[in-house]
Design a binder for this molecule. Structure first.
Ligand SMILES: [Fe+2]
Ligand SMILES: [Fe+2]
Length: 240
């Protein structure tokens, strides 16, 4: 298990950079194609007022930026931040290997459907591993995140892996993944507060250390709060 922040290589300067970026780009295109198929499927099969809010390729870009910005906020440096950004981006490409009709449901999914959706982690790893250089540290980082971005510290996540076996990059990935999921309104959310502050509060108090590495969580929360304050200030200034 890679237990350090990835500071011993720079993916953008790696001799294999083209290979990795080509792979990631292709993965992102297949996710985008899945999003387009979902939109069409939803139009044909779901009530006219159903809004497709959780767009996978947009989610991927947001969480990759969040991981990068948290690394910078922690003072881990540009190289670590960049390596984490690129490793996070393709974390959900396994979704493109699953049927189009399992993602958009009115009710919160359970049973078989839930299991099928959850298999995007393993499917992604099975697809990715044979296509990238086995002994490259970036391959290891990317596969680590792909496999374990839905785990919880107490072992209640997708694979039941406990915090002691989750690397720091994975722990951070799990936090940003969880945050982004809560920020997007979905039919089963009801009237829940999905503002940045509301979601951070919910994560801190309802999930807390059972789910997250709280040192990383608080760094992430400060970074997000700072960014949303800056955004509000910019908006106010622009209006003023
Ligand atoms: Fe995922
Ligand atoms: Fe995700």
């Amino acid at each position: 298990m890679p237990d350090q922040w990835p500071d011993h290589f720079d993916i953008e300067k790696s001799p294999e950079a083209d290979l990795f970026f080509g792979f990631i780009q292709q993965g992102m295109e297949s996710l985008k194609a899945l999003d387009e198929k979902r939109a069409k499927w939803a139009r044909q099969n779901l009530p006219a007022d159903y809004e497709l809010t959780y767009i996978f390729h947009e989610h991927a870009e947001r969480v990759a930026r969040d991981v990068e910005n948290t690394a910078l906020y922690l003072g881990l440096g540009d190289i670590v931040a960049r390596n984490l950004y690129w490793a996070m981006l393709p974390h959900d490409i396994g979704k493109a290997l699953l049927p189009v009709n399992i993602w958009d449901t009115i009710e919160k999914p359970d049973g078989h459907l839930k299991q099928l959706r959850r298999s995007h982690t393993d499917l992604g790893v099975q697809y990715t591993a044979p296509r990238l250089p086995e002994d490259h540290p970036f391959t290891a980082l990317m596969l680590d995140i792909m496999q374990s971005h839905h785990e919880n510290m107490d072992g209640s996540g997708f694979h039941g892996t406990k915090g002691e076996h989750l690397s720091l990059p994975v722990r951070l990935a799990c936090i940003v993944e969880s945050f982004d999921g809560y920020r997007i309104r979905r039919p089963h959310f009801g009237s829940r507060d999905i503002s940045t502050a509301g979601v951070l509060e919910r994560m801190r108090h309802e999930k807390g250390a059972d789910f997250y590495d709280m040192d990383l969580f608080e760094a992430f929360a400060s970074m997000k709060q700072q960014a949303s304050t800056q955004q509000e200030t910019t908006q106010t200034t622009a209006k003023g």
